[in-house]
Design a protein around this ligand. Structure first.
Ligand code: ADP
Ligand code: MG
Length: 209
C-alpha cells in the first residue's frame, strides 16, 4: 500500500493547514535570529500550492511533488523557498512517473530531498539549519523502513527525529543563513527552518495515517 497522487495532494493540503496554524510561531522564531519572514514566506508558498491543487491534481505523485516544487520556487523568496523548492524537485525527480509511493520510494524521495537541500545550501549537520531536522529524519525513516514499517510509521519516525533535531539547534551557533550573522547571539534560539521542517514532516505523517 503506497501513496497515490491524491494521497500526496492530501498530505500537502494538511501541510498547508499546519503552516497556517504555525505562521505566527515561525515568524516569531525568525524575528529572534533573522528577519521575521519565515512564517509569511511558507504561508504564501503553501497557500499557492493549495490554489494550484484546487486547479487540478496532477496524475502521479511525482507530478504533484513537482507542482509543489515549482510553486515554492516561484512564490517564496528568501532562503527557504529555493531550499524547500529544491527538496520537492529532487524528490519529484526520484519519484519519476511511479503511480504510487511505496516505502522504498518514499525513503529514496526523502533522501533526495535532503541531498537537494544540502547541494543548494551547503549546510551540514550542526550548522543550525533545516538540515539539522531533515538529516536525522531521513536516517530515522531509513531505519524504520529497514524494520518493516509502513509509510505512516516511516513518516512518524522521520517526524519524531526531526523534532529532536530541530530542538538541537537551540544550543548551536548558526553557521548558515541570516542567523549566522549573529554568531554566539543565535545560541538559545530554535532555528525557524528546522522547526518548519519538523512541522511539515509531522503533517505528512498525520496525513498518512
Ligand atoms: P531568509 O533567511 O532569507 O529570510 P527564511 O526566513 O524563509 O529565509 O528561512 C530561514 C531558514 O532557512 C533558516 O531558519 C534555516 O533553517 C534555513 N536556511 C538558511 N540558509 C540555509 C542554508 N544555507 N542551508 C540550509 N538551510 C538554510
Ligand atoms: Mg527570514
Amino acid at each position: 500500500m503506497g501513496c497515490t497522487a491524491e494521497g500526496l495532494a492530501t498530505a500537502l493540503r494538511a501541510a498547508a493547514g499546519v503552516v497556517a496554524e504555525h505562521r505566527a510561531e515561525l515568524i516569531e522564531l525568525d524575528r529572534a535570529i533573522g528577519d521575521a519572514d519565515h512564517g509569511e514566506n511558507l504561508h504564501r508558498g503553501f497557500t499557492a500550492i493549495l490554489a494550484a491543487l484546487d486547479a487540478g491534481t496532477p496524475a502521479t505523485p511525482g507530478a504533484v511533488a513537482k507542482l509543489a516544487a515549482t510553486t515554492l520556487i516561484s512564490k517564496v523568496g528568501g532562503a527557504a523557498g529555493p531550499l524547500y523548492g529544491t527538496a520537492f524537485l529532487r524528490a519529484a525527480t526520484k519519484i519519476g512517473d511511479a503511480g504510487e509511493l511505496d516505502v522504498p520510494l518514499l525513503v529514496e524521495a526523502l533522501k533526495a530531498a535532503l541531498e537537494g537541500v544540502q547541494a543548494r545550501g551547503k549546510a551540514v549537520e550542526g550548522d543550525a539549519t533545516m538540515v539539522d531536522a531533515l538529516l536525522p529524519a531521513v536516517a530515522a525513516a531509513e531505519a524504520a523502513a529497514d524494520g518493516g514499517a509502513d509509510p505512516a510509521a516511516v513518516l512518524t519516525a522521520a517526524a519524531d527525529a526531526a523534532d529532536k533535531g530541530a530542538e538541537s539547534t537551540v544550543d548551536l551557533v548558526a553557521r548558515k543563513g541570516r542567523a549566522s550573522y549573529l554568531g554566539e547571539r543565535a545560541v538559545g534560539h530554535l532555528d525557524p527552518g528546522a522547526r518548519s521542517t519538523a512541522l511539515l514532516l509531522r503533517a505528512f505523517a498525520e496525513a498518512a495515517r
